[in-house]
Each structure stands twice: as structure tokens, then as C-alpha cells.
Design a protein around this ligand. Structure first.
Ligand code: GLA
Length: 676
């Protein structure tokens, strides 16, 4: 037999008995990984999501797919593959960060074939081998294991298919809604005066008072106030109320705004007592756009933009400087180099912030307030000087400069916790998670006390990602708001993953104490290099509606010099913002789940209910809503579309149904008021 004949014979047997021949290997990293969707960063071939060589639990891998929770890659096998094998785990590039936790799931034709269980930083890789005989569509999923997606760097290492020929191709990731061009729902504010914003304002006795009456309408406008308590004065031209109240008490004031076209009036409650932030703080923070590139000049420009854009007339107030106003421990950037503290231990800002008091005066001069950032450890999350062992001096310094808000992080506290903190033994080094509740609470007790001692109202914002159920004790350490999650990014997965998981903290929200699902990600965002938000049009309506229902602090995260009309429309709808600022201070919870639909309800001070009908699916949903009883609604209800600011129906809840069309990843936001 000649050799050609032998080969032909073998090949023909092989065709009959595919299982007997040695299979071809197709590497996962040779497929089009760009088809994957993930919660952060880009899909990486043979590298981790942050461009490091793949490594899990100390073991290096040459090949594989570096991704991030929540992630999905769909692969068309068409029955061609026989076996899939892979080593999975958290990439070592997260450097032991305790917040990293991931689960890997392999699904074939809708059936779960394998799941890893929760994996954490440093865990040895788990090996998965699954039989794919007959499977047409394979899904490789990475979830955040239920705790938010901070640091969830996920590796599918050494991932390969064995096939007997045929084509294997990556076909996509998470289904996305069809693109929809931005559409504006917020009606333009009338030229006649209208007073917007919260109905109540808290101040402590003796603290400098600053409140700018937010009013839309043609300028010039003349402001006045009836029953303004003594100690306060109103500037008729700017609408700014300043001064101080000596003693505790509650005062109902009538605010009035007048222009050539008419007059508006509004009842406004001033509560002088122990509690501030009686409605969630509204403003801007530098992090989501400028990150480590913030400067005093950029902060001033942001303050100007808040005024020029007109947002100040809708209640937006705070201009908050995040990390990187301090000097850095080892940056090569000259503007971050310099002493951390002076010889007496007082913090020294970096050269980008040459005059902190001047900056605060500038922002106050626009009728706005100003905030700052620090951490209880020696270093902030960005590696700049923080407040460790200088808490009292720092609180004094912030007050002396004239700051009105402090965001207080966690990073690096674990490194030093045992010195001075009796409960710190279980706090991991540099990690963001404390396993010991008392240890997690302690540093906030310290700073909370020193802030309180200042003769200034400083909103205290805890940024420790929800550790030790912060919502249960944040108020007791003088906290006014507290992050309940890791950092948000401008993706649907991130925003919806955070926003729709707030129910357990919700019962703890009340005037002065707010759950904070992190800052807004509409407009030009990007942590140093900005781009238009990656949220779709409807996802942005969902974001703002949900955050308002959740009584969340509203901190704009974009470059405000680059506002477009659509973004302004999102941030200037007074009826939507009024839900956030409602003085009852109740946070919405999810009352109905049906398929992809989530219905959130928030009781409002006037007895009405704000209801968000959300669609988590990519395709529009049409429904006839009739479950009014679950919303506690009775009798005849007037239904108002808050985004469009108009009544759309009157329903008799006993017999009517309300037709709803909810866009993919979108929302319908209604208010139900008992009809007269
Ligand atoms: C943490 C916070 C962010 C930001 C950065 C600054 O990650 O969660 O909001 O403040 O630190 O370094």
C-alpha cells in the first residue's frame, strides 16, 4: 500500500468516526473577543483587563481572555465543539483587594454547564472542563458575585475548545437596546417666575447660613421673604439668604420671586437644629470627569458652568473637589509633589490649589457651596496625603478654609488601623473591606466628631462602599450620606447593577441621612479623558429617575463646560428633581417584579406616590398595568407624567388599567395623586 492510499483510508474512517481522531484545538483568545460585553474596560487578549500578563493565585498563564464583571461572551459552536477547558479566577493584578469577587458561569444552549462559585483575589485558579457535544450556543458569563463590580478583574486562562472541524465564532455579548437618538422630555421653564428646589433647609445654631433661592424665569427678578427669622437677611437681587440663627427652632417662610411677567410664591421651612442635609445634597464632584487632573482653575470653571447653564436655578448647589488636591506620595507629576503637611502638622494642598480659602470664597460668591475629599488612612485612594492622625487638624482646616462638605473615603486605612483603633485586628491591609464591624465604624466616628465641633455646617459623606451595613450606623457617627456600593462607571451593567440593588438600605434613609449609590454618569465623563457617557438615551432617563426615587445625593459627574441640551434636560426637570428632594425623605423600594419589569414606589410628603416603571430588558415592553393595590393606591387617581410634566390619565383603580410602553432599559416615571 502506498502511503497516499493509507492516508486516504485514515481520513475516510475519521469522517465516519470523528471521536477517534485527535481533535483540533481552537483557542478562545483567537476568537473575536471584542464581541464581549463587560462592566469595565475592554476585552483583552492574553492580558488582564488592566493590561498585565495573566496570573491567578500566583500562577502565570500565557494565553486567555482578560475581562471584568459583569461580562458576557456568546460563542456560536454549531455543534462543532466537543470540549471546552479553562482555568478561571480573579487576576492577581488586583493585588489582594478584598473587594474583588467574581463568579464564572458556563451556559450551553440555555443550560448551566459549570459554575465556579465565588472566587476572590489570590484564590488558586479553578479548572473547568465541560463536554460540548451537540451544543450550539455557548455563553461565558462573569458575575460580580452579588456585591457590586469593584475590582472584579476576571481571567478565562488557557481557554480552548476541542473540535472535529467546523467553525467556532464569538457572536456577541449582552443584548443591547436598539439605538435611540437623544430626545428631550423636559418642557422649557416658563418666563414667569417659578421657585424650585427643596421645601426645607436644615442649619445648626450659629453656623453661617447660605441658601440661594433656586428660581427659573426671566431676569431681572426681585426676591423677598415673609417671616424670615431674625439673624437672616435676603439679598433681593441675587435671592441669597445669609446670616446665622442663634437658637434652635422651626420657621415657615414665604419666599417670593417677582419679574416683569409675574410673581411666584413658595412656603419654605427653615429648621434650626442638630440635623443638616434635610434633603439629599445636589451638586457636582470632580472625580467622574477630571479624576487625578483636578485643579482650582477647573473647579472655578465648574462653578461658573453650574451658574451659566442655569442649573443653579433648579437647586444644584455643591461644587465638590475629590481626590488629588493634596500632594502625592510618589507621583512623577511635579504639580503633585510637595510637603504633605506643614511643620505644625496642618495639611498643605498641592500647587494646583494655591489658595483654598480664596477658592471657597469664590464659590460662595456665586451663591454655591464647596466640598472636599479625604481618607482616614495615611493615603487617599489615589495615593495622596490623607487624614490619618491629623483628623482634628483637618476638620479645623476645612472649616477655616470655608468648606461645606467632606467626602471621606476608606483606602489605606486598613494599613494603619491597629494603631489607635482597638477594634481593628481583622481589617486587611490596604483592602477596602473590613471584616470587623467595629473596626469599620471607628474612623468615621473620629472624623464625624471633629466635623461636628466646627462652627460650620459640613455635610459628612462616608465613602466606604457599604461595609458593615453603613446604612445602619452612618447617622450615629454624624454621617449625612454614605456610599452603599463600589464605584460606578458609565455602563448599563454598572448603573443598573447598583441602582436596582438598593432595597436593603432603603428603610434607613431619612432627612439628614441618605444612601448614596454613587455619582451621576450622564454627560461628558471619563476619569481624566472624557467621552460622552456610554449610557443610551433611555438608560440615562432610567439613571436620573431611579436616583431621584432612591432619594440619592445627586452629584453631577461630568465636565459641565461641555453640557449638551439633552444632558441639561436630564438635570433640570423640576418635577423629577422634586421627587429626589421630597421632604418626607422616604426612599423608594421595588414593589413589583414581573419579568424584566421593576416597579419602584416612593411615598411623597403631599400624600401622593412617585412610581417608576422600569424595563431591564433590551426590547420595549407594553403592558396594561392594573396592580394598583400593590402600590397602596385606592379610589380615583390622577396620573402625571413627571418627565413631560403633564397629566396623562385619571384612573379608577378598582376597574381601570393603565396602558404603558416602557422603552428597552428605559422608564416611565409617574406620580399618582388622589383625584378630587
Ligand atoms: C474611591 C472613590 C471614588 C473617588 C476615588 C478617588 O475610589 O470611591 O469616588 O473618590 O476613590 O481616588
Amino acid at each position: 500500500m502506498n502511503s497516499r492510499f493509507v492516508l486516504a483510508l485514515v481520513l475516510s474512517w475519521a469522517a465516519l468516526l470523528p471521536g477517534l481522531v485527535s481533535a483540533d484545538t481552537v483557542w478562545l483568545d483567537d476568537l473575536n473577543l471584542a464581541a464581549a460585553t463587560q462592566g469595565y474596560g475592554e476585552p483583552k487578549k492574553n492580558l488582564s483587563v488592566s493590561d498585565q500578563p495573566l496570573a491567578i493565585g500566583g500562577k502565570k498563564f500565557e494565553r486567555g481572555f482578560g475581562t471584568h464583571a459583569d461580562g458576557l461572551l456568546k460563542i456560536n459552536l454549531d455543534g462543532a465543539a466537543q470540549k471546552f477547558s479553562v482555568s478561571v479566577g480573579v487576576d492577581d493584578d488586583v493585588k489582594g483587594n478584598a473587594e474583588a469577587s467574581i463568579e464564572f458561569i458556563v451556559v450551553g444552549d440555555g443550560k448551566q454547564l459549570w459554575r465556579s462559585g465565588t472566587m476572590r483575589a489570590g484564590d488558586a485558579a479553578k479548572v473547568c472542563e465541560v463536554d460540548l457535544s451537540g451544543v450550539k450556543l455557548l455563553k461565558l458569563q462573569v458575575t460580580d458575585a452579588g456585591d457590586g463590580m469593584s475590582w472584579d478583574h476576571a481571567d478565562w486562562a488557557d481557554a480552548k475548545f476541542e473540535t472535529a472541524g467546523g467553525k467556532i465564532s464569538a457572536t456577541g455579548g449582552e443584548e443591547k437596546p436598539a439605538p435611540v437618538a437623544p430626545y428631550i422630555l423636559t418642557p422649557a421653564a416658563p418666563a414667569t417666575p417659578r421657585i424650585n428646589g427643596a421645601n426645607v433647609f436644615g442649619v445648626r445654631p450659629g453656623s453661617p447660613f447660605l441658601f440661594t433661592i433656586p428660581a427659573t424665569g426671566e431676569r431681572p427678578m426681585k426676591f423677598s421673604a415673609k417671616n424670615l427669622p431674625s439673624g437672616l437677611k435676603l439679598d433681593a437681587k441675587t435671592g441669597r439668604i445669609t446670616g446665622a440663627l442663634k437658637t434652635k427652632g422651626e420657621f415657615t417662610v414665604t419666599l417670593r420671586a417677582k419679574n416683569s411677567l409675574g410673581t411666584a410664591e413658595k412656603k419654605f421651612r427653615i429648621v434650626c437644629g442638630d440635623q443638616i442635609a434635610l434633603t439629599p445634597p445636589m451638586g457636582w464632584n470632580s472625580w467622574n470627569c477630571f479624576a487625578g487632573a483636578v485643579s482650582a482653575d477647573r473647579v472655578k470653571r465648574a462653578a461658573n458652568a453650574l451658574v451659566k447653564s442655569g442649573l443653579v436655578n433648579h437647586g444644584w448647589t455643591y461644587i465638590n473637589v475629590d481626590d488629588f488636591w493634596e500632594n502625592h506620595r510618589n507621583s512623577k507629576d511635579k504639580t503633585l509633589q510637595g510637603p504633605f503637611r506643614d511643620t505644625n502638622g496642618f495639611i498643605v494642598p498641592n500647587v494646583r490649589f494655591p489658595d483654598m480659602k480664596g477658592l471657597a470664597d469664590y464659590v460662595h460668591g456665586l451663591g454655591l457651596k464647596i466640598g472636599l475629599y479625604s481618607s482616614p488612612g495615611p493615603w487617599t485612594c489615589g495615593g495622596c496625603a490623607a487624614s490619618w492622625q491629623h483628623e482634628q487638624q483637618d476638620a479645623q482646616t476645612y472649616a477655616k478654609w470655608g468648606f461645606d462638605y467632606l467626602k471621606y473615603d476608606w483606602c489605606s486605612y486598613g494599613e494603619v488601623a491597629s494603631g489607635g483603633n482597638p477594634d481593628a485586628k481583622d481589617i486587611p491591609l490596604w483592602g477596602k473591606t473590613a471584616t470587623n464591624d467595629a473596626g469599620a465604624i471607628y474612623p468615621y466616628t473620629v472624623m464625624g466628631k471633629f466635623l461636628r465641633e466646627q462652627k460650620r455646617d459640613i455635610v459628612f459623606s462616608l465613602c466606604q462602599y457599604g461595609m458593615a451595613d453603613v446604612w445602619k450606623w452612618g447617622g450615629s457617627v454624624n454621617g449625612n450620606c454614605w456610599r452603599t456600593t463600589g464605584d460606578i462607571v458609565d455602563t448599563w451593567k454598572s448603573m443598573s447593577g447598583i441602582g436596582f440593588r438598593q432595597d436593603k438600605a432603603a428603610p434607613f434613609a431619612k432627612p439628614g441621612n441618605w444612601n448614596d449609590p454613587d455619582m451621576l454618569i450622564v454627560g461628558e465623563v471619563g476619569w481624566g479623558r472624557t467621552h460622552p457617557t456610554r449610557l443610551t438615551t433611555d438608560e440615562q432617563y432610567t439613571h436620573i429617575s431611579l436616583w431621584c426615587l432612591l432619594a440619592s445625593p445627586l452629584l453631577i459627574g461630568c465636565d459641565m463646560e461641555k453640557f449638551d441640551d439633552f444632558t441639561l434636560n436630564l438635570l433640570s426637570n423640576d418635577e423629577v428633581l422634586a421627587v429626589d428632594q421630597d421632604e418626607l425623605g422616604r426612599e423608594a423600594t421595588c414593589v413589583i417584579t414581573a419579568g424584566d419589569v421593576r416597579i419602584y414606589e416612593r411615598p411623597l410628603a403631599d400624600g401622593s406616590q412617585a412610581v417608576g416603571f422600569f424595563n431591564l430588558g433590551a426590547k420595549p415592553v407594553e403592558l396594561q398595568f392594573g396592580e394598583f393595590a400593590k402600590l397602596g393606591l385606592v379610589g380615583k387617581q390622577t396620573v402625571r407624567d413627571l418627565w413631560r410634566q403633564k397629566n396623562v390619565a385619571t384612573v379608577d383603580v378598582a376597574k381601570d388599567a393603565l396602558p404603558l410602553t416602557i422603552p428597552g432599559h428605559g422608564v416611565v416615571l409617574y406620580k399618582f395623586t388622589t383625584a378630587k
